[in-house]
Design a protein around this ligand. Structure first.
Ligand code: B12
Ligand code: SF4
Length: 309
C-alpha cells in the first residue's frame, strides 16, 4: 500500500489506527474560545471530528500521505502562500487517493475506502502525527524532523486493517522564531499548549474571513494577498537541505508547483468577476472568492500607501 502511495508521488506515507482523537477535547475548547472566527464548518462538526466512524462507518485504519510543494523563489507581488501557487492541491491529492483506494479495494475484497483532503470533518494533523509523518510545532504546523513542514496532507480512510506505524516524536525545543515572527501575535500559549487564534491569523483573514475588514484587520493583512507563510519561512526545520529535496518528485508534472501568471495587486483590487473566474479556475486561491480577493488587494494597496507616507 505504501509503495503504491509513493509511486503516486507522495513523499511521506504512514498508517494510523482509526481511534478516538486525543486532541478532541482541545479542539472543542479552541472552538469554545471562538478562535475559529467565522469558520462555521468547524463549529458545526465538533462531535463528528471526535468520531471517525461518522465519516466512514466501520473505519479501522487511516493511510496518511504528504506531498511537498516548496519552491525556489517566493511569489512577492501579489504575495501568495506557496501551497496555493500551482494547481489546487485538493484536486491533485484527492485524485491520487481515489486511485489508491480503488487499488486497495481490489487487494482486500469487501473493504471500503474514502479519500479526504480538508473537506471531511477529521483532525488531519493528529492522524498524520499518529501515522508517524511529523509532530506539532509551536506554529501548530505538522513538522517532519528531516524534511520540515512545506507539505499538504491527504488521508485515505478504510475499513481494511492496515499495520499501524509508530507516532512521530519531536519538538521545537526552546526555539520561538515563529511565535516572534508572526506579524499579528496569532500564535499563543494557553492551557499548556501552543495554538493559533485564527481570528488574528493572516491566512484566515485572507482566505476564510467573509465580508469586509475592520481597520485593524486590514492593517494585519500587510502585503499578503492570499494566505501567509511567515511562521513556516522562519522555521529552522524548513532550511533547504541538499540531501532532502523540499518538493515531492511528482510535484512538477502534477502542476502543483507550476506558477501561473498573476496580475498586479492594483489590477486584482478591481478585477472583473469574469477575469477572476478564469484566473482562479483550478487554483486554491479561488477559496477567497471574488470579492474576498479584491478586498485583500485593496488592503495591500492601503498598507503600501501608509508605509510610503
Ligand atoms: C481550519 C484550518 C486552518 C485555519 C486554522 C489553523 C489552525 N492552526 O487551526 C487557518 C485558516 C488559520 C489555517 C491556516 C493554515 N493552514 Co490550515 N487547515 C485547517 C483545517 C481545515 C482544520 C484545522 C483544525 O482542525 N484546526 C483546529 C485546531 C484546534 O486544530 P489543530 O491545530 O490541528 O490542533 C490539534 C493539535 O493541537 C492537537 N494537539 C495538541 N497537542 C497535542 C498533543 C498530543 C499528544 C496530540 C496527539 C495532539 C495534540 O490537538 C488538536 C486536535 O487534533 C486543516 C485540515 C484538517 N481537516 O485538519 C488545514 C491544515 C491544517 N492547514 C494546512 C495549511 C497548509 C495551512 C497554512 C500553512 C496555509 C497558508 N500558508 O496560509 C496556514 C498555517 C497557519 C497556522 N500556523 O496554522 C495544512 C497543514 C499542513 C502541515 N504541514 O501542518 C492542513 C492539514 C490542510 C492539508 N490538508 O494539508 N488553516
Ligand atoms: S500563518 Fe502568518 S499570521 Fe498565521 S500564525 Fe503563521 S505567521 Fe501568524
Amino acid at each position: 500500500m505504501k509503495a503504491q502511495a509513493r509511486l503516486a508521488g507522495f513523499s511521506l506515507v504512514g498508517v494510523a489506527r482509526a481511534k478516538e482523537p486525543t486532541g478532541h477535547s482541545f479542539y472543542r475548547a479552541w472552538i469554545e474560545k471562538g478562535y475559529h472566527g467565522t469558520m462555521e464548518y468547524l463549529s458545526n462538526s465538533i462531535a463528528q471530528r471526535g468520531d471517525l466512524d461518522s465519516v466512514l462507518p466501520g473505519v479501522r485504519s487511516v493511510l496518511a500521505c504528504a506531498m511537498f510543494y516548496s519552491r525556489p523563489a517566493r511569489q512577492e507581488s501579489p504575495r501568495i502562500a506557496q501551497y496555493a501557487l500551482g494547481r489546487d492541491y485538493h484536486k491533485v491529492l484527492r485524485g491520487k487517493l481515489r486511485k489508491l483506494g480503488l487499488w486497495l479495494e481490489s487487494q482486500v475484497p469487501g473493504c471500503v475506502t474514502r479519500p479526504c483532503v480538508d473537506s471531511a470533518p477529521i483532525l488531519e494533523r493528529e492522524l498524520a502525527q499518529n501515522a508517524g509523518l511529523g509532530w506539532f510545532g509551536k506554529n501548530t504546523c505538522l513538522i517532519n524532523s528531516e524534511r520540515g513542514s512545506w507539505f499538504v496532507l491527504g488521508m485515505l480512510l478504510t475499513t481494511a486493517e492496515l499495520w499501524p506505524d509508530a507516532p512521530a516524536v519531536g519538538g521545537c525545543g526552546s526555539c520561538q522564531r515563529c511565535v516572534e515572527a508572526c506579524p499579528t501575535g496569532a500564535i499563543v500559549h494557553e492551557e499548556g499548549r501552543w495554538q493559533v487564534d485564527a481570528r488574528r491569523c493572516v491566512s484566515y483573514l485572507t482566505i476564510e474571513h467573509r465580508g469586509g475588514f475592520s481597520r485593524e484587520q486590514a492593517a494585519w493583512v500587510g502585503d499578503w494577498t492570499f494566505g501567509c507563510d511567515v511562521c513556516q519561512e522562519v522555521c529552522p526545520f524548513n532550511e533547504p537541505r541538499a540531501s532532502q529535496p523540499m518538493r515531492s518528485p511528482r510535484v512538477e508534472e502534477e502542476g502543483l508547483a507550476s506558477s501561473r501568471e498573476w496580475p498586479s495587486v492594483g489590477h486584482i483590487a478591481t478585477i472583473e468577476e469574469g477575469e477572476w473566474d478564469l484566473l482562479t479556475r483550478g487554483s486554491a486561491v479561488r477559496r477567497a472568492g471574488w470579492s474576498g480577493l479584491q478586498r485583500n488587494a485593496r488592503a495591500n494597496l492601503e498598507n503600501a500607501q501608509q508605509t510610503k507616507g
